[in-house]
Ligand binder design. Structure first.
Ligand code: TYD
Ligand code: MG
Length: 455
């Protein structure tokens, strides 16, 4: 028999007759892989199958009734919060992350909590039953209501779901399963797409809560076609800072909640633990004393304010080109702030190396950190210690002006709760100010104001 082969882009699923270095469709380099083209049967048009069994009458939106889906809680604080209060029946979630980040651990912990009331089927194509049960022992899970199955053939997986009829299905991982009707190897675009749509067809009508685990490529993107993200209800990315115990779970897409939230976890000897008090976790140095070059700020991650510690070191340089290093914050943003400080308050930075870093290994893009970066640099440069009970939160522009940042009320509230006594920010409205009972607000108009108040 003669096979027809095509070259399929592993990123976007584009099919080309010939190999090319660059995908003509999405522009990705080196992504075309040779795959055997499936002979489509003329009799059975398989493509017309829909993902779900939904079919309805045509009704007016005004006459349709909203269904309030009850939430199924996992009782893992951060996980529930991130999902928007819990899981919904029939929800299909894709959990993606680098190897070793803790996807299987998180899923086993979720399975343990859900199995208190629901029947869970955990299918693994990566580990043996012995390995999974070893992990369960480590996590202290007994799992009376958790069924394990090691399988990679999607048809056998479908059979076992039909036999066990679980309420929750976990598939670890989508890159290891294959569809026997497709000749390409597991993990390729065609396989990942077909296996996922098989799962959608199986689980949606039955209302099974499904978790599909997936790998990410070295660029941090989901390995497999983008179409996967359209097929599922929720896409979660599990991320970490290098050599850090902290794990961040970010929703990339969420049909039943917001994508602005993040979940914070800590990997411990007995599994992942929710980090609910993020503020106290990120600040590293003791908050008892004033320090040179340290400024606190409240940055937003999603809608949650997190206490962040900006550290700056300004020291005379020995090189013709002074060094500018930024960790956790955007370097270009910092360069702009340094230039503004030189220009508007005559801070002598031209012969100094400057290092700016966010404590705790986080990476943040919040403009509210601008003022804290400026304060920390002034403090280190002029050798003035910044008081331990002050926070700095405002955006600084190239003209040296200080501007208000979004959700300032929430940030001020959190600062007050954390025991700060002084907040440096742009002018706020009366109502925002009224709430401040235990804290003084120092309203700044520009960098000159900041320099005057600090020195
Ligand atoms: P794992 O869940 O296997 O990661 P993934 O499925 O994303 O590849 O967990 C990976 C790491 O977590 C592993 O290197 C060991 C560590 N770990 C702990 O530190 N504590 C624990 O309790 C467990 C179960 C794992
Ligand atoms: Mg795993």
């Amino acid at each position: 028999m003669k096979f027809k082969t095509v070259f399929v882009c592993q990123k976007c699923g584009f099919e080309a007759a010939k190999w090319a270095g660059k995908c003509p469709d999405c522009g990705e380099w080196n992504s075309l892989v040779e795959e055997v083209k499936q002979q489509e049967s003329k009799k059975a048009p398989t493509r017309t199958r829909s993902f779900t069994d939904f079919s309805s009458e045509i009704v007016k939106l005004s006459e349709s009734k909203a269904v309030k889906e009850p939430r199924i809680e996992t009782h893992i604080g951060e996980f529930d919060r991130l999902l928007g209060g819990g899981l919904v029946k029939g929800q299909l979630t894709l959990l993606a992350g680098a190897p070793g980040i803790g996807k299987s651990t998180l899923m086993l912990q979720v399975a343990a909590e859900l199995s208190k009331n629901l029947k869970v089927l955990y299918i693994s194509g990566e580990e043996s039953i012995g390995q999974i049960s070893g992990r369960a022992q480590r996590l202290g899970i007994n799992g009376d209501n958790i069924f394990l199955h090691c399988e990679t053939d999607i048809q056998k997986i479908v059979e076992s779901v039909q036999n066990v009829s679980p309420d929750v299905l976990i598939l670890d991982s989508i890159q290891t399963v294959y569809h026997p009707e497709f000749t390409s190897s597991a993990g390729t675009v065609a396989q990942v797409r077909e296996c996922t749509s098989e799962l959608v067809r199986l689980c949606k009508p039955k209302g099974i809560i499904t978790f599909v685990l997936g790998h990410v490529t070295k660029d941090g993107e989901l390995a497999g076609p983008k179409i996967l993200e359209h097929m599922v209800d929720c896409v979660l990315y599990f991320d970490t800072e290098k050599d850090n115990v902290l794990r961040l779970l970010r929703p990339h897409k969420n049909r039943f909640g917001s994508t602005g939230e993040i979940g914070l976890f800590k990997m411990t000897g007995h599994g992942l633990e929710s980090v609910e008090n993020a503020s106290e976790y990120f600040a590293q140095t003791s908050r008892q004393h004033a320090l040179k070059g340290r400024a606190y700020s409240l940055a937003l991650e999603g809608s949650r304010p997190i206490l962040t510690e900006v550290q700056a070191l300004v020291s005379p340089t020995r090189y013709p080109f002074p060094r500018r290093v930024a960790t956790g914050v955007d370097l270009n943003r910092c360069l702009m702030l340094f230039a503004a400080l030189e220009k508007h308050i005559n801070l002598p930075l031209d012969n100094k190396d400057i290092f700016v870093s966010l404590a705790g290994g986080v990476k943040l893009k919040d403009p509210a950190l601008d003022l804290a970066v400026c304060a920390a640099v002034i403090s280190s440069c002029k050798e003035i210690a910044l008081p331990h009970d002050s926070v700095f939160m405002a955006e600084v522009g190239i003209l040296g002006q200080v501007a208000k940042v979004p959700l300032i009320e929430r940030r001020l509230d959190e600062a007050q709760r954390l025991g700060f006594k002084k907040a440096y920010a742009a002018a706020v409205t009366k109502t925002e100010k009224q709430k401040l009972s235990k804290m003084t607000l120092l309203e700044l108009a520009d960098l000159n104001d900041l320099a005057l108040k600090l020195c």
